[in-house]
Ligand binder design. Sequence first.
Ligand code: UDP
Ligand code: MG
Length: 321
Amino acid sequence: MNASILYIVIPCYNESEVLRTTAQKLKEKMTALFEQKKISSESKIMFVNDGSKDDTWQIIKELHKEDNIFTGISLSRNRGHQNALLAGLMTAKDYADAVISMDADMQDDIDAIDRFIEAFYNGNDIVYGVRSSRQTDTFFKRNTALTFYRLMNWLGADTVYNHADYRLMSKRALQGLSQFGEVNLFLRGLVPMVGYTSTTVEYVRNRRLAGESKYPLKKMVAFAIDGITSLSIKPITLITKLGLIIFLVSLIALIWVLVVKLTGHAATGWSSILVSIWMLGGLQLLAIGVIGEYIGKIYKETKHRPRYIISENLEEQTVNN
Ligand code: UDP
Ligand code: MG
């Protein structure tokens, strides 16, 4: 059997601090894999410049000039991690037999790549990298992430536990993914929907090489809400149930009020009225808000806007979408 062509896709947003180190490490890994004849020598490392404001794209172009193993595409503007990753995956699938996605900061252990490839040759179309421990994450990040997974699964968004976007996908799995047209992207929820045989590979997550996380709390919360609302309608179901419960409670309250009235003990009780007004008002606003989130999503989907626009592709040097 001929060794397969492997592409590694790395979304990069303002990563000039780590890019060269990352490139060097990945090149060593790829060279070792060539020598062991595990992958074809046409395999490449593809960086996706997600509209960086620093000289990330400049560095990618230099790397490409220095060594053909490096290639890259540049997006017309910053579109966020998920869209940048999708752009890379969709471009790489035309050249590769299998594509591994990973972050630019070397938090994902690159030695897991050997096991990814092995699992791929053993007939898996999708291999999920799963963190075996989160010791190196900050206490805050570890706990917010844990809450996030629990909440997601409880709300019906099936994701692989402790799996982020470090995974291998075969060409046909990527072709499957390309048929999902949604604008609200949450890849780790979509990929399992593609199907095919899959497995998981455990790895230890390291600290960021350098620089800051490009996922501050604000982006993380937005990402979580996005994930839940684009994969599940459980929040709306919950609202319906809550409404039903409140209605039933109000029936009981009505009976109680009538009994009190008829027995002539009508109390002044303005505090209970005040409390219930505030509570119901709050609940109604929350409910409207959740429904609004979904309507907002529907609105975005109906416009069919492109999820990314590629301004440069070092593989082709042409301008296309
Ligand atoms: N990233 C991106 N576009 C963005 C934000 C992040 O392409 O708008 C990339 C970033 O360069 C990195 C990856 O997504 O390769 C993950 O980001 P980061 O490591 O900052 O997130 P964390 O590991 O802290 O969750
Ligand atoms: Mg990171």
